[in-house]
Design a protein around this ligand. Structure first.
Ligand code: NAG
Ligand code: NAG
Ligand code: NAG
Ligand code: NAG
Ligand code: NAG
Length: 439
């Protein structure tokens, strides 16, 4: 009896495998309701082991999910509606959309960049009872760099899931705010909510289950995941969450007041003069930032600002973080973040879904690199054993916004650097620094 059932299982898995092994031309076309028909491309995964099996999958790339933000710079994006191809029958989703503006600026980037990608191992045949769970992945990159299509299903499609990745506005274009209705901040977060609503509405046409969506992200993507747990705009849009190396509760994960940083950015963009004795006119600054400053100017302004901040051992993330929108209530749009996430978590009002958190190994190397190149090097401290032994850990923790209450700096140094903390030797201390930064 045992033998019979295992033969049966082998047969069934052969059938399943051959059904997956290749697609017909028809399989590559998703009939996506009001979006119209969409043609994807046929790819295969990277094997999980040498000479291991690979899985074919279909990639639908570069689908616009929100209207162009060129006319809506710094403002909440608006969901795109209707057919993806308004001149023909089928939308060609074979290539990725242009990345959002980021350093170093290239002419193949665009301020109009809000596209989404779907990767599926199984074409949808109209049977809603065997839809696959969905992973909605928010890419990382300090809210400053990166693009969705880099997470392209090459490995994830070895599993029975549908993967969604997408672009959202980055840097100054994604976060500039004077904390008023004109420049409300969180532009990137509104993009993310729009992408998530798009996923809820259309993922079924790609074989994904709109009632089994897990939001996932790494680094700043994880910060965004934990913001979605508390934002009133994302309630009910997902059923699980995975946050890797980041949280809204980190000092760089939420800004309460970025006015000083915003003005510095505006000055570097030629839209504000701090030496002038004229009173600050936020409407004039906002107008200049929206219409006069070029995208290249804004990207460069952020770079310069962070260089200045980091030369003083600060992170410079305050101008590219989600902000608590404390300005007077708006009529034209809802606030993504009306209160600090800490308050919501403390009172247990976050989305009631399973949450998995972790840390990507060595993820602190990025910030450590910035600290090394833009602080230690600039201030000649790399070989300053006394500074490294006495002050470095405190400096890093202070820059992360952690107060030295109850002598916590010493305990942290002991836990993460062990005996190396007393050596004052960077080579011996840096693994500990990396852990302090990311954990
Ligand atoms: C998809 O790719 C596989 C492997 O490269 C190939 O055998 C198959 O013919 C392709 N199918 C289509 C519809 O292009
Ligand atoms: C829209 O359809 C037309 C006609 O089939 C085709 O030539 C064109 O490439 C399509 N555009 C896109 C963006 O897919
Ligand atoms: C739909 O999928 C379920 C589960 O795989 C299967 O039992 C059912 O027969 C399918 N229905 C149709 C109409 O193919
Ligand atoms: C800024 O204002 C000061 C004081 O009014 C003035 O001297 C300076 O030229 C202004 N700088 C720019 C770039 O306009
Ligand atoms: C610092 O530590 C490294 C690695 O242990 C060692 O090679 C190096 O000689 C040390 N430098 C000093 C100045 O002690």
């Amino acid at each position: 009896m045992m033998g019979f059932s295992s033969i049966y299982i082998v047969l069934v898995s052969c059938l399943v495998f051959s059904a997956h092994a290749s697609f017909t031309e028809e399989d590559l076309i998703a009939d996506a309701g009001e979006l119209g028909r969409i043609k994807g491309v046929n790819l295969t995964t990277v094997a999980q082991s040498i000479n291991g099996p690979v899985t074919p999958f279909i990639a639908f790339r570069g689908m616009r999910y929100a209207e162009s933000t060129i006319e809506r710079r710094f403002l909440p994006s608006i969901r795109a509606t209707g057919r993806l191809n308004d001149t023909g029958d089928i939308y060609d989703a074979s290539s990725a959309g242009l990345p959002c503006m980021q350093p170093p600026v290239h002419n193949w980037m665009s301020e109009d960049c809000l596209t989404i990608n779907v990767y599926t191992p199984k074409p949808y045949k109209g049977n809603d009872s065997d839809l696959l769970p969905v992973i909605f992945f928010i890419h990382g990159g300090s809210f400053t760099i990166g693009e969705g299509n880099r997470f392209n299903g090459n490995r994830m499609m070895n599993r029975d899931v549908v993967l969604v990745s997408f672009n959202y506005r980055l840097g100054v274009l994604g976060f500039f705010t004077l904390n008023n209705e004109d420049t409300p901040g969180n532009a990137a977060m509104y993009d993310i909510v729009n992408a998530l609503e798009w996923t809820r509405d259309y993922i079924r046409y790609f074989g994904g289950d709109p009632n089994k969506i897990t939001i996932a992200g790494q680094s700043s993507g994880a910060v965004a995941v934990t913001h979605l747990l508390v934002s009133p705009l994302s309630r009910g849009l997902f059923q699980g969450a995975i946050a890797n190396s980041g949280t809204a509760l980190a000092a760089w994960g939420t800004t309460e007041n970025s006015m000083q940083g915003s003005l510095a950015i505006a000055e570097l963009s030629g839209c504000y003069n701090s030496s002038s004795t004229m009173p600050i006119d936020t409407a004039v600054i906002a107008e200049c930032m929206r219409t006069t400053a070029t995208t290249t100017t804004l990207v460069t302004a952020l770079y310069t600002y962070q260089l200045m901040e980091r030369s003083q051992a600060r992170l410079g993330f305050d101008v590219v973080s989600p902000i608590v929108q404390s300005f007077d209530a708006s009529t034209s749009f809802q606030k993504f973040l009306p209160e600090h996430p800490q308050q919501v978590f403390q009172e247990g009002r976050q989305a009631d879904v399973p949450l998995m958190m972790g840390t990507t190994r060595h993820d602190g190397s990025y910030v450590l690199g910035e600290y090394y190149n833009k602080y230690l090097k600039v201030n000649n401290l790399i070989e300053d054993a006394e500074y490294l032994a006495q002050e470095s850990v405190a400096q890093i923790l202070a820059s992360l916004g952690i107060p030295n209450e109850y002598g916590v700096y010493d305990s942290i140094a002991k836990i993460y650097l062990g005996d190396s903390r007393k050596t004052g030797n960077f080579s011996e201390m840096y693994p500990g620094f990396m852990d302090v930064i990311i954990i």
